[in-house]
Write a protein that binds this ligand. Structure first.
Ligand code: NAG
Ligand code: NAG
Ligand code: NAG
Ligand code: NAG
Length: 805
């Protein structure tokens, strides 16, 4: 592939940007804009914080006003948590123990322990999906960040961290207000977006393992509160995050094959460099306190019953400390659907012995006692699980007495939907939006002039589409139509179709307003009726007659039209890419509560787009590949094209990392980079040679010292050559001159986002560790480094680095 850099970015001349803050700062600008802001606020903002005092208080153990509970060793905060949990578990009867093995854990009143709900959701904002959170008290809503796939498009780890932190703060506020019994959130979803049809691809950071892993680390650290600087153990948790779905889960329901029945056949090589790395980083770098094992089997073994996965890999190799939950009802299917276990009791034994700790569902409640009675399950396995579970509740500070006055205990309802958080949600939507086409510099549209605008399409005025799935009620929302109306007084609107499925479009009515308007903005795409949990797409084209609507309107309009696409997964819009009637295309994911404002700001040049696609956009033709084929690598004999930008050899509509801007950014690399690396000084590493005479050696055998001594730094001077300030992400790839079979065509090894004013430049530095960044797995999944020339690629520039093994 050609990596889009400077020369792919189109220069658009426009007046210098005045950043238009929708929610936070009222900028020092003219009255019209102020008026617009007030208008938006008055009309569209629902006020949520009715009164500040909370009527309910959060549940907690070890109440100091109760002398009997206070004296228990498990309440003594001076003792290590391992001692405290052992003491607690030793006090429980078998029935009490079993009651705690499911997501809705009941209270144990005689020990002063309240009920706990393990299942809460916070994918892109605190959500009311699942039984955890109730938005019926003081807090009625939460900040709605963009759906994750759009947030990923910013390629900005600091933004991701700030979003995670905001979510963690709001989660704690909801707990403190007594509106939930739990602080364990089942996010992030970090499965690789392997197939464009996947209904839940929208929930993920995309198809690249590095981006997905980096997102996981940032989000988890933000939600849980910092435990950085290589601390072996993170202390108190603000809230608990959960890396899901472990592992190789990325098919929901495709042509009757569903996630409950699916057996993902995955090679060791693909596991090593695609499916596992995000989980590895989520656990080891992010120090996540939760993991969810997936519904599907991997090579025949149900994930929740896989000792090798849960215990050997996560706990032993990656030093996981936390709890492992099943996906909901993932335990029952092990016997009931797969027949993997012969009896329900065997299924219970399988999951507990594998290392799972809590069952989302009720299966363990029903069958654990008989497993113990039948002597299939030693009680020590239950104790092991309970110690992990109570340790997390203790790290959340829920066994330290009244949380008031304690870390995180005083986060109040006024921190939910705060101006700061809502500004962040708007920033995230802005930073994610990807400009896919801008012929003849149609965008940004002129503003402040008397002009008329036609807004057309089924997604133009749909609040629900903006929010995506796994969301809570947003503090407020603004649709694209509403935001565009705030820019242009004379705005006409027609949805064009009854709904996104668009089976019977009203083309004539849409054409009629398009003909009258100076400019036309079409807002189309997908929504949850097309792609969602338990529903994968069959096609990659726009649903129903949307394309017909678009082409008819575009043909009738006075000028080229602007096409705005709301979708999680990619859409084959080749017709629009090549149409002369469609001047500009924006992809805006599902942009969250503030999404409409971000779209309008981009269209009118108050924001300079800088997002880049986190997934490959495949043509419709790709759907002839079975979605069930998990192989990442192409296979020439059968014509299998492979998957994602790292391996896929076929045609693309748009490629991974693609995204235009109103500015051009130029790159210049700064000399000083080493271009020869010697790994031939190791006495322990054996050198192998493959059938193509490529010499390679095992990274594990080289040793850390030799790896670190070959660190390589590269610095890129990036200049904003345009006339608008903007954010730009520099993507650094590695490509081999002659790679062994099964190596990626190219792979992302680092990225960094910079904000640059018009004409400004900055140096962006990267430190690479070749053992990590130049290596790849062999067929057995063992990481090796190959001899020969590796190119560091930024934009259209490549820097050779020769490796000697
Ligand atoms: C909120 O809903 C829950 C569950 O339905 C209920 O138990 C609780 O009393 C409600 N709280 C308020 C303040 O209405
Ligand atoms: C557990 O038992 C209850 C009550 O008999 C039943 O409603 C529930 O479906 C059972 N759970 C599972 C997962 O079989
Ligand atoms: C490593 O390879 C370089 C270049 O081929 C050679 O000059 C050097 O002597 C080798 N070092 C060792 C320890 O073999
Ligand atoms: C090499 O890079 C790694 C991170 O990839 C870092 O931990 C290590 O300190 C670096 N070593 C040197 C000598 O720069």
């Amino acid at each position: 592939m050609s990596v889009r850099g400077s020369n792919a970015l189109k220069l658009i001349s426009s007046s210098p940007s005045e950043t238009h803050f929708f929610l936070s700062t009222i900028p020092r600008t003219h009255k019209m804009k102020l008026h617009r802001l007030l208008l938006i606020n008055l009309i569209y903002i629902t006020v949520i914080l009715v009164g500040v005092e909370s009527t309910q208080s959060p549940p907690f153990s070890c109440d100091s006003s109760n002398p009997s509970t206070k004296s228990y060793p498990f309440c003594k905060t001076t003792l290590p948590i391992s001692d405290r949990v052992r003491d607690l578990v030793s006090r429980l009867t078998l029935d009490e123990k079993i009651s705690q093995l499911v997501n809705s854990a009941p209270a144990i009143p005689r020990l002063g322990i309240p009920a706990y709900e393990w299942w809460s959701e916070a994918l892109h904002g605190v959500a009311d999906a699942g039984p955890g959170i109730m938005f019926n008290g003081t807090i009625r809503s939460a900040t709605s960040f963009p759906q994750v796939i759009l947030t990923a498009a910013s390629f900005d780890v600091h933004l991701w961290y700030r979003i995670g932190r905001a979510i963690g703060v709001e989660a704690r506020a909801v707990y403190n207000a007594g509106q939930t019994k739990g602080l364990t959130f089942w996010a992030p979803n970090i499965n690789i977006f392997r197939d464009p049809r996947w209904g839940r691809g929208q929930e993920t950071p995309g198809e690249d393992p590095l981006v997905t892993g980096s997102y996981a680390v940032s989000y988890v650290r933000g939600v849980q509160g910092d435990c950085l600087q290589g601390l072996k153990r993170c202390g108190e948790l603000q809230a608990s995050a959960c890396c899901k779905h472990f592992t190789a889960y990325d098919l929901d329901d495709w042509k009757g094959i569903d996630r409950f029945k699916f057996d993902a056949r995955v090679t060791m090589q693909d596991l090593a460099d695609t499916y596992q790395p995000p989980f590895h980083r989520c656990i080891e770098e992010g120090r996540a306190s939760g993991i969810m094992c997936a519904y599907n089997r991997v090579n025949g073994v149900p994930s929740c019953a896989d000792f090798n996965l849960l215990t050997n890999t996560a706990r032993k190799r990656w030093n996981f400390e936390g709890y492992i939950t099943s996906d909901c009802d993932a335990v029952s299917i092990i016997h009931d659907s797969y027949g993997f276990a012969k009896t329900p009791e065997d299924a219970v034994v399988d999951v507990l012995k594998a290392g799972m700790d809590v069952n989302c569902g009720t299966y363990l409640l029903n069958h654990t006692k008989s497993a113990v009675m039948q002597k299939k399950l030693p009680e020590s396995e239950i104790d092991r699980a309970l110690e992990n579970l109570f340790a997390v509740r203790m790290r959340l500070g829920l066994f330290n007495g009244n949380p008031k006055g304690q870390p995180y205990g005083d986060i109040g309802p006024n921190q939910v939907c705060s101006v700061e958080h809502q500004t962040l949600a708007l920033d995230a939507a802005r930073d994610g939006i990807v400009l896919l086409k801008n012929s003849q510099r149609l965008l940004p549209l002129p503003k402040g002039k008397t002009m008329s605008l036609a807004v057309i399409g089924p997604n133009a005025n749909s609040p629900k589409t903006l929010i995506g799935n796994y969301a809570g009620p947003p503090c407020k929302f603004i649709t694209p139509l509403q935001a565009l109306q705030s820019y242009v007084k004379s705005t006409m609107y027609h949805p064009g179709c009854d709904d996104v499925a668009c089976s019977s479009p009203s083309i004539e009515k849409a054409v009629e307003i398009a003909q009258k308007a100076d400019y036309v903005v079409l807002v189309v795409g997908l929504d949850q009726t097309q792609e969602r949990e338990a529903h994968d797409r069959l096609d990659l084209v726009l649903p129903g007659k949307q394309q017909k609507l678009i082409t008819s309107v575009a043909k009738a309009a006075k000028k080229q039209v602007v096409l705005v696409l709301l979708s999680g997964g990619p859409v084959d819009i080749s017709f629009a890419k090549y149409s002369n009637n469609i001047g500009s295309i924006l992809w805006a994911g599902y942009p969250g509560g503030a999404g409409g404002a971000a779209i309008a700001e981009t269209i009118f040049g108050d924001h300079n787009p800088g997002g880049r696609l986190p997934v490959t956009w495949y043509p419709q033709d790709f759907t002839k590949i079975p979605m069930t084929d998990m192989r990442m690598r192409p296979e020439s004999n059968s014509g299998y094209p492979g998957r994602t930008y790292r391996f896929y050899t076929g045609e693309k509509v748009f490629e991974f990392g693609y995204g235009l801007s109103y500015s051009t950014y130029s790159y210049e690399s700064i000399p000083g980079t080493r271009n020869k690396l010697y790994f031939n000084q190791s006495s322990t590493a054996h050198v192998y040679e493959d059938t193509d005479f490529i010499r390679y050696t095992s990274v594990a055998q080289l040793g850390k010292e030799l790896c670190d001594s070959n660190n390589i730094s590269i610095s890129i001077r990036v200049r904003n050559e345009g006339e608008m300030a903007g954010k730009h992400s520099v993507l650094l790839f590695v490509r081999r001159l002659k790679a062994s079979a099964g190596s990626p065509i190219i792979k992302l090894v680092a990225f960094q986002s910079v904000h640059l004013n018009a004409g400004e430049s900055a140096d962006v530095g990267f430190l690479l560790n070749p053992c990590e960044h130049f290596s790849g797995p062999n067929k057995d999944g063992l990481m090796v480094i190959e001899e020969g020339t590796h190119f560091l690629v930024v934009g259209d520039q490549g820097h050779p680095v020769t490796v000697v093994v």
